[in-house]
Structure formats: C-alpha cells, structure tokens
Design a protein around this ligand. Structure first.
Ligand SMILES: [Zn+2]
Length: 470
C-alpha cells in the first residue's frame, strides 16, 4: 500500500513538473557594468530571454547545461562603429567573424541603402546566425562629398540644400534606418536641417564634427560623435583663428574633391591644434559634450602606438579572413615586418589616448567602436584591441566593458532589454575562460557565445568561419 501511495505521489509530481526548457550556465562568475561581479551564479536562458540569474545551488529543469566553473560570463559585446558594405571581400564573412569574437550586436555607421538593405535583411532573417544590426544608411555629407566613390568606396550622399537634407532624412526613416550619420562637409544650415528632421522622427544622431562647425557647438545637438575628429581644433588656444581659416578654405577656391578638401584641412590644422592645446578651453569643450557619446576608435586613431602586425595573434586573426580580404593586409604585414619604419610620429595617437582619458574623467560617455574593416580592422578581433586601448587610455576594465555593452544599449534606449545579465534581458552573452577584469586582454578567451538565445561553442564558431573561406 505504501509503495502504491509513493508511486502515486511520484506520478503527481511528474505530472506537475513542466517539460524542461532552456539552457543553464552553472557555477559561473557573472560580470556586467551595473551589477559588477557576481560569483557562483546559475544563469538560465530560454529562447531569446534570460529567465533566471541566481545562486548556484538551485533545482534545474533545463534541456542543456553548460558548466561555467572557473569561467566568466559577460553580456554580448557591441562593435559600435562598423561598415558592413565597405568592402565586398568582407561583407559575407563579417557576421560569423563578429560572433566568433563575442560581438553579438553591431552599429553600421555608413553605407548606401541599396547595399545595406539586403545585408540587414539577411542578418535579421529568422534563421540567420548573425549579430543584431542597427544601421544608419549613407554618410550624410554636404555640397562636397568625401566618400563619393572616386578613389574610395561610395558610402556618402550629397545634401546641397536644407530642403534636400530634410527630404533625405524622411526617406531614410521610411526605409527603416535606426539612426542617421552626419558627415564632415555639411554647412551649419544643412546640419541644422538634418538635426531638426531626425529629432522630429525620433532618430538618434551620430556625427563627425563638421569642419564648418566647432565640437562644442555641434556636439550638444547629436547623440554620438566619432574618432574624436576635429575636437583638437576646439581645444586649442587659437580656436577662433583656426575656425576662420577653415571657413575660408571650405569655400574651396582650388576646386578640390570633397576627400582632398577634407584631408587638406586635417593636414593643415590637426597637429598645430594639438600643439596649441589649451586646458581651460578643453574643459569648456568637454562640458558641452557631457551627454554626447564619444566613440574614439582608438585602435585606428592610435594605431601608430601598437600596429596590429606587431601583435602575437595577428597572423591567426588574418587566417580567419576570406583569402581575398586577407591578401592585401598580409602583404603590408610582411612588408612592415621586413622594413620597420625608423621613426614613427605618434603625436596624434598619444593625443587620442590622452583625450579619451580626459573625456572619460570629465564624465563624457565613451562607446567602443572600430570602423571595421577600414584600416586593418579584422571584424571582431579589432573590438578586443579597442577595449585594450580604452583601458590604456584610463578606463577600468569594467568601464571598457560598459563601453561595449551598456553604453550602446543606452544609445538606442534599449537598456531595459540589453547591456547587462538580468532576468528579462535578451539572451546575448559571452563565456570567457579568463577574467577580463584582471586583464582586459582576457576578452580574447572566448569559449561560448550566446546569440539571440542560441549557444555556439568555440568549435561551432570556427566551423561557421570555415564556410567563409571556402
Ligand atoms: Zn566609419
């Protein structure tokens, strides 16, 4: 009789127990920018949602268990500045490359719509194994266009009048962009028209500081700025004179191309502006930027300090690229290693590190972006380098992680969905073999990546990459 009752109880218990679901990562150290460090945790996710974060000793009813003992779980990383359509040799390979390095979201800051829309559609497809993607469409330039397809890829468009600028933004919104990107050759009236229309349509704004404006004037109107570009001009003791000189030259009496006009101004003014750095004036500049995220792309700006080909794992990174993409970089690598330059001017790189640290100390939000694949940026790999540069500039490892997790989420008002490891957040996470807070370089120790609720081991990620190289 007792046996029968016991069996009945078991049956009832079994009947009440829901079918197992989801995946648990057990006994893991969880690290994120809001909760800090939580040891001995079990994190459960089901579909694209984190359903539990709790002490390790819990009853589990899951389909799969991943042993997180001795490992570290961080939110999925963002690369906040990429160009998916910049180089056809990279485009197809980029989603798998990003994921293999733990990048589960990307912000594309410039590409023509007819190229971007199919890329985005494919990456957002129901079965796609790809990072989440947020995109701006083309660089919104002024009367002169820098990226006009002549000698460099065509990723910019002209806005010759304020009316045209308004129409461009409306059309981009209709086509589904997530934000807009304003470029360097716009005049103040075009800038104003772009900003007003984006605000009306609730689109976040990314920008370079237009050469016709000052960082402290343009900055407060936009949500993020790239490369610290033209900030040096606003931090100089002779800012008004530099500004006047720029306005004169932007009239373009020599009829230069947009690209040449821009680079002639950079070469003329950048280093003199840095030489005339003025502490008090820079305080004013950074004050004006307190709510404008700066994406310094230090791995590009400060490349002179640590060129990628000097890194021990650079050859491995190149080997993961499609051969056509790797070939020119491999050639440069071999050439630079054989003939290292005797003297390298690191003024701009040093300034980039200094200004990033200074902006961060002044409370300016910092975002982690790379500009991949421009300038030797292996997709995914380069974001790890960027995080190392951010720590070198003065951010703590946890603050560097914040710049690649919570900050980007905040930019798109997604902080309730992404950026930390909490119940209800989307299931984008990276499991590491080593502690990134001890050394940010440990960000490279990726074991497993969870993307949109799907977990992929290092081997599975490698297999994805292999299909790129066939
Ligand atoms: Zn860019």
């Amino acid at each position: 009789m007792r046996m029968i009752i016991a069996s009945l109880v078991l049956l009832i218990v079994a009947a009440c127990q829901p079918a197992p679901s989801g995946t648990a990562i057990t006994n893991v150290t969880v690290i994120d920018a809001v909760n800090g460090v939580r040891e001995n945790q079990t994190v459960v996710f089901a579909g694209d949602e984190i359903t539990a974060v709790q002490g390790a000793q819990v009853e589990l009813n899951v389909v799969e268990t991943i042993d997180g003992t001795g490992k570290f779980l961080i939110p999925g990383l963002w690369d906040f500045h990429v160009h998916l359509s910049y180089d056809d040799n990279f485009t197809e390979a980029m989603p798998a490359l990003f994921l293999s390095y733990g990048i589960t979201s990307v912000r594309d800051t410039g590409g023509l719509m007819h190229k971007m829309l199919p890329i985005v559609e494919k990456m957002r497809g129901p079965d796609a194994i790809a990072p989440r993607v947020y995109f701006a469409g083309p660089l919104l330039d002024g009367r002169f266009v820098v990226y006009d397809g002549d000698g460099r890829p065509e990723i910019g468009v002209q806005n010759a009048t304020p009316e045209q600028a308004r129409e461009t933004v409306r059309s981009l919104k209709e086509q589904g962009v997530d934000f807009i990107k304003i470029y360097e050759m716009v005049s103040p009236d075009i800038f104003q028209a772009l900003v007003e229309t984006a605000n009306e349509l609730d689109l976040p704004i990314d920008s370079h500081v237009p050469l016709s404006m000052r960082a402290s004037t343009a900055g407060p109107s936009v949500d993020s700025m790239e490369h610290l570009r033209n900030i040096e001009m606003d931090c100089a003791s002779n800012t008004p004179a530099l500004h006047e000189e720029r306005i004169e030259r932007l009239k373009n009496p020599g009829n230069l191309s947009g690209a040449d006009l821009r680079s002639s101004l950079h070469s003329l003014q950048r280093l003199p502006a840095i030489a005339n750095y003025d502490e008090a004036r820079c305080d004013q500049t950074l004050n004006a930027l307190e709510s404008t995220m700066q994406v310094p792309t230090l791995r590009l700006l400060a490349m002179s300090l640590t060129p990628p080909w000097q890194r021990a794992d650079w050859d491995d990174a190149l080997s993961r690229l499609p051969p056509a993409a790797a070939a020119p970089w491999l050639e440069t690598t071999l050439e630079r290693r054989a003939n290292p330059p005797q003297e390298v001017d690191t003024t701009y790189g040093d300034w980039g590190l200094f200004m990033t640290g200074r902006a961060h100390a002044a409370g300016v939000p910092i975002g982690a972006g790379t500009d991949t694949p421009i300038g030797f940026a292996v997709p995914g790999y380069s974001l790890h380098s960027e995080l190392e540069f951010l720590v070198r500039a003065g951010l703590s490892p946890l603050e560097a992680l914040k710049s690649a997790t919570l900050r980007p989420a905040e930019y798109f008002s997604l902080q309730n969905e992404m950026g930390t490891i909490d119940i209800g957040k989307r299931a984008d996470m990276v499991l590491l073999d080593a502690n990134p807070l001890i050394d940010i370089a440990n960000i490279r120790a990726v074991v497993t990546v969870v993307t949109k609720g799907q977990s992929l081991t290092r081997e599975e990620l490698q297999a994805q990459l292999a299909t790129n190289r066939e």
